[in-house]
Design a protein around this ligand. Structure first.
Ligand SMILES: C[S@@+](CC[C@H](N)C(=O)[O-])C[C@H]1O[C@@H](n2cnc3c(N)ncnc32)[C@H](O)[C@@H]1O
Length: 260
């Protein structure tokens, strides 16, 4: 059942990206204001609902790849989102039951739900934090993950809510990670976007608390800081290491995984 009354500290007068995304994924941790915002976006861009599923599918396949094939057992997931089916610690632990995950998000709704889901799990911890303050996140992660061993840094569908240049943010995060770590990025792109569609999208998101910022494929590639994303490269999330690729619509999300 959908939520109608807010716990303390949660603003339900304005939509939150986490709860709008939750609604798009079919979750119930959202409020009328989020559902209305989602429906408005879907009227302009109906395929964004599928895009949320594609993006989540990319995250799951990337974590499976990292845990299964790259031997990663530590994950730092920033902009983690609300718990849903197949969260990072659950996917990673299918490959490695000892996998450790630090989830970070700046949305109080996410914190409340994460605390319930992760209660008592010493190896899956939630931190309230903002990706725009990378040093604070790293400082608090030091006591939770072993930063002398490889870590997968997950920045999936979060940097497009940040106006700052993602390169600086990524630089400050990866400076703390040892070689053999991996960087996962998924980000909305303006590539091949019809100008009229772009304008309608901008108007739809103009008043959102965290407007969606599309970037060019070159700008997204630059966030990998000189590392070449592993095959198949930086591609539409619905096409990344899947047997059932989907043709993208006018709004696209590019995703990739690079070794640091
Ligand atoms: C679209 S969801 C993506 C969730 C998850 N990474 C996934 O791919 O399924 C974006 C998440 O980023 C979070 N977020 C947005 N801006 C943020 C910021 N500045 N710092 C930390 N988290 C942020 C939102 O609260 C939301 O939970």
């Amino acid at each position: 059942m959908a939520l109608e009354s807010a716990p303390p500290g949660v603003d339900i007068t304005r939509p939150s990206p986490a709860r709008v995304y939750d609604y798009a994924l079919g979750g119930s941790a959202n409020y009328p204001v989020d559902r209305q915002a989602a429906e408005e976006v879907w009227r302009v861009a109906p395929e964004t609902r599928q895009l949320a599923r594609d993006s989540r599918g990319f995250l799951i396949r990337a974590v499976r790849f990292l845990a299964d094939e790259a031997g990663i057992d530590q994950f730092l997931d920033i902009g983690a989102g609300l718990p849903t089916a197949d969260n990072v610690h659950q996917v990673a632990r299918r490959a490695n039951p000892r996998a450790q995950v630090v989830y970070v998000d700046n949305d109080p709704t996410v914190r409340l739900h994460a605390e319930v889901l992760l209660d008592g799990d010493p190896n899956a911890v939630f931190l309230s934090g903002d990706v725009r303050r990378p040093e604070a996140i790293i400082e608090r992660t030091r006591s939770l993950l072993d930063l002398d061993r490889p870590v997968a840094l997950l920045l999936v569908a979060v940097l497009h809510f940040v106006a700052e240049d993602p390169r600086g943010i990524v630089d400050r995060l990866i400076a703390a990670l040892p070689p053999g770590s991996h960087l996962v990025i998924a980000h909305t792109t303006s590539a091949d976007m019809d100008p009229a569609f772009r304008e309608r999208l901008a108007r739809t998101y103009a008043d959102a608390p965290a407007p969606l910022i599309t970037r060019t494929p070159e700008e997204i590639e630059a966030a990998f800081r000189g590392r070449t994303p592993l095959p198949p490269g930086l591609v539409d999330v619905a096409c990344w290491r899947t047997a059932q690729p989907r043709t993208p619509g006018p709004l696209r999300v590019l995703g990739g995984v690079a070794r640091l």
